[in-house]
Write a protein that binds this ligand. Structure first.
Ligand code: ROI
Length: 173
């Protein structure tokens, strides 16, 4: 079947050179089976949500087309997280080498034991909404709300754009 679904994935890291982790994660996402990476947002530095005694995060969002179903894609994303050497058992709200959150899967609404889509934190997290808008400025959520109006209700405290992905690879001397 030739059906491709547009999906968005949130990336976050606050350990072991987070900028490099996010850049490597974009490469890994571009190599996923049955997926095409279409867009990479700029990278943002963001203050930790949750416990403050952890480093700042680097966050970004990727836009892909996929032929996988939502749970298969989730399997792939979780396998990638593990391959990025998330060493210690993951504490809730604790620091992490790489976090990949499936934010949106087409216009589907999913709520089961493994997966809630749209991602429940999406509309409250400036470090998701701002990067997502950079690659999908006209995005509307499955309930019809425009992401741009959600951004207007959100403070941008603790969030700064650090790098445009066009320039984030090798640069000539
Ligand atoms: N805080 C920020 N700023 N960025 C994240 O990606 C992030 N991820 C998390 C928690 C611990 C909730 N805090 C975060 O999982």
């Amino acid at each position: 079947m030739e059906h491709w679904t547009p999906v968005f994935v949130g990336l976050g890291s606050n350990l072991d050179q987070p900028v490099r982790q996010i850049q490597a994660a974009f490469v890994a996402l571009s190599q996923l089976e049955q997926c095409r990476l279409l867009a990479r947002s700029p990278l943002f530095r963001s203050a930790p949500m949750g416990p403050q005694d952890q480093p700042w995060y680097v966050n970004a969002v990727a836009g892909l087309l996929t032929r996988l179903d939502p749970h298969r894609l989730l399997d792939e994303l979780q396998a990638l997280e593990h391959s990025f050497g998330r060493s210690r058992a993951r504490e809730r709200w604790g620091p992490r080498t790489l976090d990949l959150d499936l934010l949106l899967f087409g216009r589907q609404v999913i709520d089961d034991a493994r997966l809630v889509i749209p991602h429940p934190g999406l509309t409250e997290r400036n470090f998701v909404v701002y990067p997502l808008l950079r690659i999908a400025p006209d995005l509307t959520l499955p309930d019809g709300r425009r992401l741009a109006s959600i951004r207007d209700q959100l403070r941008s405290d603790g969030l700064e754009e650090i790098m445009s992905t066009e320039l984030s690879g090798d640069r000539p001397t």
